[in-house]
Design a protein around this ligand. Structure first.
Ligand SMILES: *Cc1c(COP(=O)(O)O)cnc(C)c1O
Length: 379
């Protein structure tokens, strides 16, 4: 039996009966907006310990809406990292800002606070740290640097649902925190979805407008008293990026299982670490006080192509999330950051291999992955 990195069918099947009921509920609700969405937002905010949730239709939309709601505009500089999903850098460019990358810390593989400090200019208007693979960025240090200059922090937590720093979940630590419900994320929708969390009611209101045509109705249009019932009253430039009712209903079915999903990943990460530590494989490490969310279990090895081929022969799936880094991608060639620009990012991207992890992976399968890793790795 092959062991894939992801197995959406296996993960979603237990929810099938409840999902059918949820879909029927939406279809027979006259498609009135805002039954499931507002309930999902309240449940998701509560789960993360955040004050406000504004759901959108992808993690990319969550990032872009955050930047626009913060007033980012052409000529501003926004700092992020090159080792991430393409969406992070794309959202910065789409906001009109100048994209600035900084290198990462080799242990946590997240934004280096020292590199961040060195990259600040009087035009820096936002910082977008990424919780890479599910390890939260050093948000306390980054915030200390940002607060001094009153620069907002947009945390890309698309891979880090449920990760904690000193017992506090990501979601209420930054100015906004962005999540993805892409199919393979912790809380995977049956399609796409995303959410922004914030502690600021004003920002939440701006995020709602931006994700809904710039209209004031938001999700409380009945209360707004503006325009004709609050409709067709465009207060800002906006997009059509709301989460839809069906995805919200489906996500509500899965949300109660997320605690167990993350606990399962933590247990599997501990099993990998115990078995692989001391081998030629470099296993991921956590900063003290961090509980990782383990969306990805990413090892580093010297000859990864060879290792991946040998594992593939044994039916074991691996992946290369995320490489090449953004500065070496054609989309960002105009920034002219050649190889050598971000040495820590490059050395990790040259060596990384993602292993199967998650509720679809059974213990015997993981044992087999470990066994094959140990015999296949070059010493
Ligand atoms: C998945 C992901 C995104 C984009 O989310 P979508 O829902 O696919 O748009 C952004 N940043 C990171 C780090 C991601 O992993």
């Amino acid at each position: 039996m092959p062991i894939p990195v992801y197995d959406r069918d296996k993960i979603n099947r237990p929810f099938l009966d409840d999902m059918k009921i949820a879909v029927e509920r939406v279809i027979t609700s006259n498609l009135d907006v805002d039954h499931e969405v507002s309930r999902f937002e309240a449940e998701f905010a509560a789960w993360n310990g955040a004050s406000f949730a504004v759901s959108v239709n992808s993690g990319t939309a969550a990032l872009l809406a955050s930047l626009l709601a913060l007033g980012i505009k052409p000529g501003d500089e926004v700092i992020t990292v090159p080792n991430t999903d393409g969406a992070t850098s794309s959202a910065v460019v789409m906001s009109g800002a100048n994209l600035v990358w900084v290198d990462i810390d080799p242990v946590t593989r997240t934004m280096s606070p020292e590199a961040l400090k060195a990259a600040l200019t009087p035009r820096t208007r936002a910082i977008v740290p990424v919780d890479m693979f599910g390890h939260p960025a050093d948000i306390d240090q980054i915030k200390a640097i940002a607060t001094e200059r009153e620069i907002p922090v947009v945390e890309d937590s698309c891979l880090a649902l449920g990760a904690t720093i000193n017992g506090r979940k990501v979601g209420s630590l930054a100015t906004t925190t962005c999540f993805s419900f892409g199919r393979n994320k912790h809380l995977g929708a049956m399609g796409a979805g995303g959410c922004v969390l914030t502690e600021s009611g004003d920002l939440a209101e701006r995020l709602r407008k931006i994700s809904e045509y710039g209209e004031s109705r938001g999700r409380s249009w009945k209360k707004s008293g503006l325009g004709k019932d609050g409709w067709f009253w465009h207060e800002t430039i906006g997009m059509s990026q709301r989460l839809d009712e069906i995805q919200a209903a489906l996500l509500r079915v899965k949300l109660p299982s997320i605690e167990a999903n993350i606990a399962c990943r933590r247990r599997q990460a501990a099993r990998y670490e115990a078995a692989l530590n001391g081998s030629a494989i470099r296993v991921p490490q956590c900063r003290p006080g961090v509980e990782h969310a383990w969306r990805n279990y990413v090892i580093e090895v010297a000859n990864r192509d060879h290792l991946r081929e040998r594992l593939a022969e044994k039916g074991i799936g691996t992946n290369l999330t995320y490489m090449p880094p953004m500065h070496l991608q054609p989309a960002f060639a105009a920034l002219e950051r050649p190889r050598g620009s971000y040495p820590t990012t490059e050395s990790i991207c040259d060596r990384l291999v993602g292993l199967p992890i998650g509720p679809h992976l059974e213990d015997e399968q993981q044992d087999y992955v470990i066994e094959q890793l140990l015999v296949s790795v070059d010493h």
